[in-house]
Design a protein. Structure first.
Length: 550
């Protein structure tokens, strides 16, 4: 992985340092400090509750709830993490742990496999999404909490765990002996060729290994003949700032400004530039975004747009331009505290405003977007002189609404998706020739091969499944949603049986937003010419100077 020596640890997503004194320590508080008096009020209230409250209280829960309330008065993104949440956050950011590679959730006393990472021991053993973990080492898991299951499954690398699973179409439990290993969670779930010249890369978030994941994907697609790229940031909620900078550096000229941050703390004022030469400067590129693309996704898409490097297609992004530093607190807890704002190279602050309750802000992705042009009060210019605007997300160069895999489903289809019915339907099918599990099914498990198409019979079966639910069935909405329903059925079956690469490759053929983008490579190619030698570069952005801290 390439190194990025100039990053300041104060604004990288995960920063480990002690705020214990600030939150819990008395030694640093002086009698003259106003905070000292406020601290006395808090401790007096805590003591009064512990001494007099009618019911049993847990002091740590009271303190944690108080910190949650404190941070929620600041902005929509400052937040508190108890020790369990903080450990899980670190694990997701690091992208690896020793286990078997499954996501689990507890439903009505059963432990359900909510997901299986490809290439992991669980995947190789034949475990699937929807399986019920019935026992671990011969002990029934009925009624267990998820934490207890995780504690039993995780363990030293190279050891094994005995698990029995229940699965639809199998009368008996299926015994599995699964070896524990390092589980590497890739942030690039799909990197495939859509045709002989078009590469497609799906980037789902920004973890500690994202730049390496992306580098491997680009190298692999280049070997396969990639001459142009669809870069998919839809639904990507963001993550590590340093990785966003490295990702942008993959496509920008060395020395290009990628993002700058301004805040009140030491080291929060930083200008980040591309420090490495790029191998992909001449690659025509289209970046897909939607209303759920946020934070680090907006840093990357904003930089690519401001430098006229990629055509941005889709919906206006979420609009989060606040940088959180994550601090370790006492007892293994953590706090994500907003320490800076970030600006795109042209000087745009793309943070959307919020009200005091945060309700409208946090429900942004659930509302229809306006296609009307933005007011010009925060007008900026790209390197090539194109107009761009701040104040509310990154606006696409070419708009095409579609927040769910490129579609805009009706209320009926959204309800079907929210109930997990596409995933449940996928459990009825098996992979042709799959020998990972030797136990034979007792029910009618239908085998499919790679490249299958969703048949009319499958659609009728799924429709019957939906009609048996309490959902209000609307036949006209069903007909309107058939393209989305068909694509979703195929995607979920592919994900379960043939992997995410196949799932996204087949989805691309049905995804209306992506299909629209494929017709715009002429415009993407034209962007590459804007800043060629001899062309006039538009007004340069005015980057505010860094503050001097005393």
């Amino acid at each position: 992985m390439r190194r990025y020596r100039s990053l300041s640890i104060a604004v990288i997503t995960v920063v480990v340092c002690g705020l214990t004194a600030a939150f819990f320590g008395r030694a640093t508080l002086s009698a003259q400090d106003p905070v000292s008096e406020q601290y006395k009020v808090f401790t007096a209230a805590l003591n009064a509750v512990e001494s007099n409250y009618l019911g049993e209280v847990q002091s740590d829960r009271l303190v944690y709830s108080a910190i949650v309330g404190l941070l929620q008065t600041l902005d929509p993104h400052s937040s508190f993490m108890d020790p369990r949440s903080f450990a899980q956050s670190r694990e997701r950011q690091e992208g690896r742990y020793y286990g078997i590679g499954v996501l689990i959730r507890s439903v009505n006393g059963d432990i359900i496999v909510a997901g299986v990472y490809e290439g992991t021991p669980a995947y190789e053993s034949g475990m699937r999404r929807g399986d019920i973990i019935a026992s671990i080492e011969g002990e029934s898991t009925k009624g267990w909490q998820s934490d207890r299951v995780v504690g039993k499954i995780k363990g030293p690398k190279g050891t094994s765990v005995n698990i029995a699973i229940k699965r639809i179409n199998y009368n008996e439990t299926i015994p599995l002996r699964v070896r524990r290993d390092e589980v590497r969670i890739s942030t690039v779930p799909a990197a495939v060729m859509l045709d002989s010249q078009t590469g497609y890369i799906k980037l789902q978030d920004f973890g500690e290994h994202t730049d390496n994941d992306l580098g491997n994907a680009l190298a692999d697609l280049t070997k396969k003949g990639m001459k142009r790229l669809i870069f998919d940031l839809r639904g990507n909620p963001g993550g590590a700032l340093d990785q966003a900078i490295l990702v942008a550096n993959r496509f920008l000229k060395q020395g290009s400004l990628i993002v700058y941050t301004r805040g009140r703390t030491d080291n929060s004022d930083q200008d980040y530039r591309a420090t490495e030469p790029s191998n992909y400067l001449d690659l025509p590129m289209i970046t897909l975004v939607n209303r759920s693309s946020a934070s680090a996704s907006e840093i990357v898409s904003g930089a690519l747009q401001d430098h006229d490097r990629s055509l941005i297609v889709g919906e206006t992004t979420f609009g989060k331009a606040l940088v959180q530093s994550v601090y370790r607190l006492s007892g293994g807890a953590g706090a994500a505290i907003t320490t800076a704002r970030y600006y795109t190279p042209s000087g745009r602050l793309i943070q959307r405003p919020w009200d005091s309750s945060f309700d409208d802000y946090l429900t942004y992705t659930l509302r229809d977007q306006s296609s009307s042009p933005r007011a010009s009060s925060d007008l900026k210019y790209t390197d090539g002189g194109r107009r761009v605007y701040g104040g509310g997300g990154v606006e696409p160069d070419r708009r095409f609404d579609g927040y769910e895999d490129g579609f805009t489903p009706s209320r009926l289809a959204r309800s079907v998706q929210a109930r997990g019915m596409f995933e449940s339907f996928a459990e009825r099918f098996s992979r042709e020739g799959d020998t990972r599990i030797t136990t034979k099914p007792s029910g009618n498990a239908r085998a499919l091969s790679a490249g299958f198409e969703v048949s009319p019979a499958m659609l009728d079966e799924f429709k019957e499944m939906v009609q048996k639910t309490p959902l209000r069935f609307d036949n006209s909405a069903w007909q309107t949603d058939l393209p989305y329903i068909t694509a979703s059925i195929q995607k979920e079956i592919n994900s379960d049986l043939f992997g995410l690469g196949r799932a996204y490759a087949d989805l691309a053929k049905r995804d209306p937003q992506l299909q629209f983008a494929l017709g715009l490579f002429g415009e993407a190619q034209s962007l590459l010419q804007l800043n060629q030698p001899g062309r006039r570069v538009a007004r340069a952005p005015s980057v505010p100077p860094r503050k001097r801290h005393s």
